[in-house]
Write a protein that binds this ligand. Structure first.
Ligand SMILES: [Zn+2]
Ligand SMILES: [Zn+2]
Length: 421
């Protein structure tokens, strides 16, 4: 038994914002109320802290199997726990690709044996994510996938996207797409614009993303499928998503902390600023923040993409795309969105909890009978992020050395405290 006392419980699902106690028994919440009494329980004093439903990350790369130099399920989930995440969805671009049930099962088993938090695998849309034949989607669903994606690249053609959607809809699986047009992307390393010209780096036009978002929304209209746009970074993409939502299509989207914090003006010859999609213009960034505030954007997702230091320690154009992100996500949200007055604290919590849960067709709330997954955080705690202190294996963050106000203080998964600051 665990009794979490005197926390400010913020639950977007029920619009609760009150000082309450939460009693946990057998991995589930058993009671929620003021001044609960439980003599035999272990206590957690949450006075002065926010108690939220457990954070869900819809998009990360845990690199296992095949990329254990950069991250494993064990180290990645320890980093996730430190970031306040109680469940993370891992993308299938491992080696081998998670395109069949035996890979899915091995991820689920590894996560049960060594994962600090829940791991919900995402299966590939096509075999090897090569964009040709469909992956074994139905068998992977039986083995535990929660969505389908060829992340790392887009679903190759509109025709294949139609097949994937037709296959996923009766299975109740959302299709997550990494939107880019390869012919426009070709050879680019940062967003095309005045800053790519200034740095002399090959640019990727913003239209590379929005063209593909438009294509996918056309396919969602055709098939009625659930479509989720991964790591959306431009105002043009957001306009398509807003129109789709107005037309009652089942279209959702996510934005990463680095895209709501940084712009292409921040890019320098430092590979920790190289990610895909690339950092966008200031106008795009401001449009994303408006979308986070007004409900057009459903979730904040990290796209945690660890790369071993040696692979990032090369020239900008030769480095792999991607940054780590679990441990700075909440603090960036608090600093950039809430402290700046752009979002309410309740809206930020929604973007980490009920928002991503609904993308997966789940509910997330703090109530008796629900799984005891909770994220307990402070809006006041001051700290400095040191990538070298991370339990994760990689260090590729543009936020290394940055100081923050606000931090995860404890992460509770199935009633167990898996991280405590
Ligand atoms: Zn991607
Ligand atoms: Zn990704």
């Amino acid at each position: 038994m665990l009794l979490i006392r005197n926390g400010r419980v913020l639950d977007p699902a029920t619009k609760t914002d009150a000082t309450l106690d939460i009693l946990i028994e057998g991995g589930r919440i058993s009671r929620v109320g003021p001044a609960l009494d439980a003599r035999d329980a272990e206590f957690f004093d949450a006075r002065g802290l926010i108690v939220a439903p457990g954070f869900i990350d819809l998009h990360c790369h845990l690199r296992e199997p095949g990329g254990e130099m950069s991250e494993t399920i064990e180290t990645g989930t320890q980093s996730a726990a430190r970031g306040g995440f109680t469940a993370v969805c891992c993308m299938p671009n491992t080696q081998p690709v998670n395109d069949n049930a035996s890979v899915t099962r091995s991820i689920v088993e590894r996560a049960a044996a060594s994962g600090a938090v829940r791991v919900w695998p995402i299966g590939a849309a096509s075999m090897g994510s090569k964009g040709e034949a469909l992956a074994e989607i139905s068998a992977m669903k039986a083995a535990g996938i929660v969505a389908v994606s060829d992340d790392g690249k887009p679903v190759a053609t509109a025709r294949l996207m139609r097949q994937v959607m037709d296959y996923c809809t009766p299975l109740g699986l959302p299709v997550i797409d990494h939107c880019e047009d390869p012919s426009l992307f070709a050879g680019g390393v940062m967003r095309e614009g005045p800053n790519s010209l200034k740095l002399g780096l090959p640019g990727i036009p913003a239209a590379s993303e929005s063209i593909c978002v438009g294509r996918d929304i056309e396919m969602a209209l055709l098939t009625g499928a659930r479509l989720h746009i991964a790591h959306m970074s431009t105002a043009g993409s957001l306009a398509y998503v807003r129109a789709a939502k107005r037309n009652k299509l089942r279209v959702t989207c996510e934005v990463t902390p680095h895209h709501f914090t940084l712009t292409d003006e921040d890019v320098r010859y430092d590979t920790h600023y190289k990610m895909n999609p690339p950092l966008a213009s200031r106008a795009d960034r401001d449009a994303l923040i408006a979308g986070l505030a007004d409900g057009s954007i459903d979730a904040i997702a990290t796209d945690h993409a660890p790369h071993h230091p040696a692979s990032k320690d090369v020239e900008f154009d030769r480095a792999p795309f991607g940054v780590v992100g679990f441990e700075t996500a909440l603090a960036l949200g608090l600093t950039e969105l809430v402290d700046s007055g752009k979002l309410s604290l309740a809206r930020l919590v929604e973007l980490f909890t009920t928002g991503p849960a609904r993308v997966l067709g789940l509910e997330r709330t703090i109530a008796a009978g629900e799984p005891a997954d909770l994220t307990i955080f402070s809006t006041e705690h001051t700290w400095t992020y040191r990538a070298a202190d991370s339990p994760g294996k990689s260090r590729n963050s543009p936020f290394d050395g940055r100081s923050f106000r606000g931090a995860p203080m404890a992460t509770v998964v199935a009633g167990r405290i898996v991280y405590r600051r």
